[in-house]
Design a protein around this ligand. Structure first.
Ligand SMILES: Nc1nc2c(ncn2[C@@H]2O[C@H](COP(=O)(O)OP(=O)(O)O)[C@@H](O)[C@H]2O)c(=O)[nH]1
Ligand SMILES: [Mg+2]
Length: 246
């Protein structure tokens, strides 16, 4: 159950405990109202974050995926390979632990960990709060690694310019159809762990077709953080998004 967006209680109550129809209707209505309020407030703060990023020419990229797709691995390799060319900072989101922040810190990159407790996503306020203690440099890239979850983070704009959804070949090629909101709201889809393709049933062309069906303008990059295959294409994409300072 998510303590902040209220995505849990609806389905639990409706399916597990057999509440009366009237009660279900009432519960459903209340939850929709609360969600609208939360999202409206979030959008205002996201606009504030976006203004901050634009004013300092910071490219903010929200990394979303299910747990274990390889977000932190992608960051570790990227930060290590490009640290002499670009300036980076990272905000790490997880329910518990500072494990990912430790992994990022080991690359020499400035990082702040947000623990959401029972929350299943980052929101714009958490990002604003984290940024206030970070002294972000102008003309830099800020990666925001979201909590591993293909559902709720889709609803929460953080003020980012780009949203990259990472899927790995061990998760099944139908994820874009099952979680369309996430793929619809993303600008880039990274298909990770291509080194494992010989061992798993994952049709790359089908995955791409499904992703494009949900979002025709979605860009797609296949890569492996382990073997390094495809990483250059990701670096090119990243550099193409960095705006030259005026
Ligand atoms: N074989 C393979 N394993 C990977 C790759 N990228 C990440 N992993 C592994 O997947 C697991 C989860 O990775 P992590 O970066 O922590 O995922 P996150 O939860 O999305 O941040 C770790 O055991 C990684 O070593 C890859 O390209 N190939
Ligand atoms: Mg991680």
């Amino acid at each position: 159950m998510c303590a902040t967006c209220g995505c849990g209680p609806t389905s639990h109550h409706e399916h597990d405990h057999g509440h009366s129809h009237e009660n279900n209707q009432k519960t459903g209505r209340n939850i929709v109202d609360v969600e609208q309020d939360i999202l409206q407030e979030n959008n205002l703060l996201a606009a504030r974050n976006r203004g901050f990023f634009e004013g300092r020419n910071i490219l903010a990229i929200n990394l979303v995926s299910s747990p274990g797709s390889g977000k932190t691995s992608l960051l570790e390799r990227t930060l290590t390979d490009l640290k002499t060319e670009l300036t980076f900072a990272v905000i790490e989101g997880d329910q518990q632990t500072a494990n990912d922040a430790d992994r990022i810190h080991a690359t020499g990159t400035k990082v702040t960990q947000i623990n959401t407790g029972k929350g299943c996503h980052l929101d714009a306020h958490m990002v604003l709060h984290a940024m206030q203690g970070m002294k972000l440099q102008a003309d830099s890239i800020l990666f925001i690694e979201n909590v591993g979850n293909l559902v709720c983070p889709a609803m929460f704009d953080l003020g980012e310019q780009e949203r990259a959804v990472v899927i790995s070949v061990t998760e099944g090629d139908d994820k874009p159809l099952k979680y369309p909101d996430m793929f619809h709201s993303s600008t880039l889809c990274i298909i990770n762990k291509t080194d494992l393709l010989p061992y798993v049933k994952f049709d790359v062309e089908k995955a791409k077709e499904y992703a494009k069906k949900v979002n025709p303008s979605l860009e797609i990059i296949e890569l492996s953080c382990t073997s390094g295959e495809g990483m250059q294409q990701w670096y090119q994409w990243l550099k193409s998004k960095v705006l030259t300072p005026a």
